[in-house]
Write a protein that binds this ligand. Structure first.
Ligand SMILES: [Zn+2]
Length: 358
C-alpha cells in the first residue's frame, strides 16, 4: 500500500517538475558539475558532545570522546576514497538532535551514520548492535530510544522541542511521516553490512540489526543508521573501544560496510561516465525526475529495468535504457510511454554533457 502511494505521489511530482527539467537540460550542465553533485555524501554523527558526555564507564571514559574519534577516523577514510563527508560535530561541542538531523537534511546526504557506544548495569553484557528507524518498537527498544532521546531536554531550545515532542509517549516516537519508511530497505542493508563486518572481522558479538524509534533516525530524509559499537561497561570491550587500535578497526569495519553498500545500490552510473571522454553519444529515455531519491528497482518504475539516475541541483533524474543507436532508443521510448510514462523523452550524453533529443 505504502509503496503504491509513494510512487504515484512521485509520478505527479515528476510531471510538475518537467518544466524545471527542461531548463536544466537546455542549460547543458557539464559532467564535472554532475560529478561533484554526484559525489556520495555521508553525514557522520558522533553522538553526544559538550555538556552531554553520553555514557560513562568505571574508568571515567566518556562515550562522547570515543565516538568522536571513531567518527573522525571513519571520515578520513571516506574522504581519502573520494566520498564527501560532513560531520555533525568534529570537536567536543553540544548539538541537539534537531540540529543533527537538520545538518543531514540540508546537505541532502546519501547516508546518515550516527555512532554511539552502549552501557548496561550488568558489566558482562557485550556486543554491538545497529539500529534503523522502525515502527515496530518493542518495549526493550523503546526504553533505549527514550534514553537516547532524553538528550533533547538538554537542548537550549527546550520550549520548541517540548511542543513537538514528548519522550514518554509512543505516538511522538512513531510520528506521522513516512519518510524514513521509504529508506528502510537501504538502512537495513547498510546496518546488516556493519554488523556482519563487526562480527566477521573484529569478532565482536553480534546483537543484531534492530528497529527503534530514535528521534534522529526518524527525522533524517535518507538511509540512516545508528551504531552502538559496543558496551563501555564491559571491561574488555570498554578497553577496546577506548584504544587506538579498537577505534581504527571499528571505523574500518564501518568504512568497508559503506563501500559494500554503495556497490550494492549500484551508485555509479557507468555508462554516463563512459561518455565523458569520447565523442560517442549515449542515448537514454528520461522517465521521471523528482526531489526524492528512489532505489533503481523495477518496482519503483512501473516494472522497467535498466535504470540509471543522476542528480542535478536538488533534482534526481531517472533514465530508462541506454543505447548508442537512436532508432533503438526510440523503441525504448515508446515502450516507456506504454508502461506508464506518457511524457518520457530521449536525452543524449556526449562528452559528459546532457542534451535533450526530442
Ligand atoms: Zn549514545
Amino acid at each position: 500500500m505504502t509503496k503504491v502511494y509513494l510512487n504515484s505521489l512521485f509520478f505527479n511530482l515528476s510531471l510538475t517538475a518537467k518544466g524545471i527539467i527542461m531548463f536544466f537540460a537546455l542549460s547543458l550542465s557539464n559532467i564535472n558539475e554532475l560529478d561533484s553533485q554526484n559525489k556520495f555524501k555521508v553525514v557522520i554523527d558522533a553522538g553526544h558532545g559538550g555538556k552531554d558526555p553520553g555514557r560513562p564507564n568505571q574508568s571515567g571514559i566518556k562515550e562522547k570522546d570515543i565516538v568522536l574519534k571513531i567518527a573522525l577516523d571513519l571520515g578520513k577514510k571516506l574522504e581519502n576514497s573520494g566520498d564527501e563527508v560532513i560531520y555533525t560535530r568534529d570537536k567536543d561541542v553540544f548539538l541537539t538532535l534537531r540540529q543533527r538531523a537538520k545538518i543531514a537534511n540540508d546537505v541532502d546526504a546519501d547516508l546518515f551514520i550516527s555512532i554511539h557506544c552502549n552501557a548496561f548495569h550488568n558489566s558482562s553484557v557485550h556486543g554491538s548492535e545497529t539500529f534503523v528507524y522502525g515502527l515496530h518498537v518493542s518495549n526493550a527498544n523503546f526504553n533505549i530510544a527514550k534514553k537516547e532521546n532524553e538528550i533533547i531536554f538538554l537542548d537550549d531550545h527546550y520550549q520548541m522541542d517540548k511542543e513537538n515532542y514528548s519522550p514518554t509517549s509512543t505516538e511522538s516516537l512513531i510520528g506521522t511521516t513516512l519518510m524514513q519508511e521509504e529508506y528502510l530497505d537501504q538502512s537495513i542493508l547498510l546496518a546488516s553490512f556493519v554488523q556482519e563486518n563487526f562480527t566477521k572481522d573484529l569478532k565482536i558479538k553480534n546483537r543484531g540489526v534492530k528497529q527503534s524509534g530514535f528521534w534522529v533516525l526518524h527525522n533524517t530524509y535518507m538511509p540512516s543508521i545508528l551504531i552502538e559499537a559496543g558496551f563501555m561497561t564491559n571491561k574488555k570491550e570498554g578497553d577496546y573501544l577506548n584504544s587506538k587500535k579498537g577505534q581504527a578497526e571499528i571505523s574500518n569495519s564501518i568504512y568497508k560496510a559503506i563501500k559494500k553498500y554503495k556497490k550494492a545500490i549500484n551508485y555509479y552510473e557507468n555508462n554516463i561516465a563512459q561518455s565523458q571522454n569520447s565523442d560517442i553519444v549515449i542515448y537514454k529515455v528520461q522517465i521521471a525526475a523528482g526531489k526524492r531519491k528512489l532505489e533503481l528497482k523495477s518496482y519503483n518504475f512501473k516494472g522497467l529495468n535498466d535504470l540509471t539516475r543522476i542528480k542535478q541541483g536538488s533534482l534526481y533524474k531517472y533514465f530508462y535504457s541506454s543505447s548508442k543507436n537512436l532508432t533503438d532508443i526510440k523503441k525504448k521510448k515508446k515502450f516507456a510511454r506504454r508502461s506508464g510514462y506518457p511524457n518520457a523523452y530521449i536525452v543524449g550524453f556526449k562528452n559528459g554533457k546532457l542534451f535533450e533529443v526530442d
